[in-house]
Design a protein around this ligand. Structure first.
Ligand code: ADP
Ligand code: MG
Length: 431
């Protein structure tokens, strides 16, 4: 089974197919878990392995996130592993100050589709992917990017140095804000009235995963998003949004001394050593971190490879990396177990012969309207993280010392972003 990224972000919901023996557990609002301690409130999200529900913890009188794993053996094994990682995080970060999601409890839940391992996690807010969408893919101001980067680096430093764990799936979806972007629109955070038992008539026929309450919430959300689309196409201000965040989803994490999957990371955030199969460790997370920081600052993924006529997605990915970061040193290019699939013996790509080189600095200035100085400073932070030689990339600890993290924002970028909005370029990229 593949442990590489399970991402639920692109599709609307998890569909009905996997609600069968070995699959998801169907939950309804008001369902009790762990002998009535937790009461399901509404669905928060889903992945290929699990659905995640907001639940009310009747012991602590707090809301929690309940991650309910699919029941088949391979999913249960993966959950056992994830629980081990989450337990070691609890041990390694006793003060809960390292920007890593905290597990509160775990238990088994039996249902018609089998026995499901459940993890009770602290309830967090929107993912950075939602934040990027909220900004209409225009990118965040650099001082906001800095704040987020600090949290993520604190998390990575603790994971890597204290715990010896590689996350292996760092990306905007797997970093959650502590709160919601717009608390007023969040029915749970604004109303805060827990549902303590299943509402009357809650047993719906057919698709038992969507309750009336959920449908109502969805309609409301749809109306709200339609309202947004009709509004003038301006970026939404981010003043007052709490940007503290935590790293989540340890379903694919591994101890550096026992890597278990050859292919790790979600495609766009995948490090070159993973593509070339030359062995990976903590620096693979640092690569994904750099891709995430770029995406926060620009609104675009740093690399979005696609297969084409005569070349694979992998080869396109390597080509995109070299176009932005320069040629890969020959020794690295030909040094991996898969190198021969992509590179000839001179270290040139076999099927993509002509590269359009655009250094990162020019890319930021020309495509994203960065000022020369903003671009120079940001490149100074990012480029070392994107070294093709993993061992040369700075560690999270070293990165935390980088002067860019403590720079004060210049107004230049703000003005540039504004002029981009005025000429209406943002309308090209509304989702
Ligand atoms: P999977 O391993 O199945 O991908 P994740 O841990 O990524 O599961 O969780 C799936 C989704 O559930 C996330 O993308 C997020 O939307 C939501 N989620 C997960 N953990 C929390 C949490 N602690 N608080 C709020 N929402 C969460
Ligand atoms: Mg996930």
């Amino acid at each position: 089974m593949s442990f590489s990224s399970s991402s639920g972000s692109e599709e609307e919901d998890e569909g009905t197919d996997s609600y069968r023996k070995g699959g998801y557990h169907a939950v309804q609002v008001g369902d009790p878990f762990a002998a009535g301690r937790y009461i399901a409130q509404r669905k928060l999200g889903w992945g290929n392995f699990s659905t995640v529900w907001l639940a009310y913890d009747t012991h602590s009188s707090k809301y929690v996130a309940l991650k309910i794993q699919k029941s088949a053996e391979q999913f249960a094994e993966a959950a056992v592993h994830e629980i081990e990682v989450l337990l070691s995080i609890v041990d390694g970060d006793p003060s809960n100050s390292k920007c890593l999601v905290r597990m509160i409890d775990h238990f088994k839940h039996s249902g018609p589709n089998g026995q499901h391992l459940c993890m009770v996690l602290e309830f967090l807010g929107d993912s950075l992917l939602r934040l990027i969408r909220f900004r209409r893919y225009q990118g965040l101001e650099l001082d906001k990017v800095r704040e987020i980067c600090k949290c993520v680096l604190i998390a990575l430093d603790c994971l890597h140095r204290e715990l010896g764990i590689i996350h292996t799936d760092l990306k905007p979806e797997n970093i959650l804000l502590l709160s919601t972007i717009n608390p007023a629109k969040d029915p749970i955070r604004s109303a805060l009235i827990p549902i303590l038992k299943r509402p009357e008539g809650g047993t719906l026929k057919g698709r038992s995963t969507t309750t009336m309450v959920e449908k109502r919430l969805k309609r409301r959300a749809r109306r709200a998003s339609m309202g947004e689309a009709e509004a003038p196409k301006q970026e939404k201000r981010m003043d007052g949004i709490d940007l503290r965040c935590k790293v989540v989803d340890f379903g694919n994490a591994c101890w550096a001394d026992k890597p278990f999957a050859e292919e790790i990371q979600t495609r766009q955030y995948r490090a070159p050593e993973v593509i070339l199969v030359s062995g990976y460790s903590f620096p693979a997370d640092m690569w994904s971190f750099a891709c995430t920081a770029f995406e926060l600052a620009t609104g675009d993924m740093m690399f979005a490879p696609q297969s084409g006529k005569g070349f694979s997605e992998d080869e396109d990915h390597l080509a995109l990396m070299m176009e932005l970061l320069g040629r890969m040193p020959k020794k690295i290019a030909i040094g991996g177990a898969r190198s021969k699939d992509y590179f000839d013996r001179h270290g040139d790509l076999k099927r993509i012969r002509r590269l359009k080189l655009t250094p990162l600095h020019r890319h930021l200035v020309d495509k994203y309207n960065f000022s020369e100085s903003d671009a120079r400073e940001f490149v100074g932070f990012l480029c070392p993280l994107l070294d093709f030689a993993p061992e040369k990339r700075p560690t999270a600890q070293q990165c935390l010392q980088h002067p860019w993290l403590n720079l004060k924002n210049s107004n230049q970028r703000e003005m540039n972003v504004q002029s981009k909005v005025n000429i209406g370029m943002d309308s090209l990229k509304i989702n």
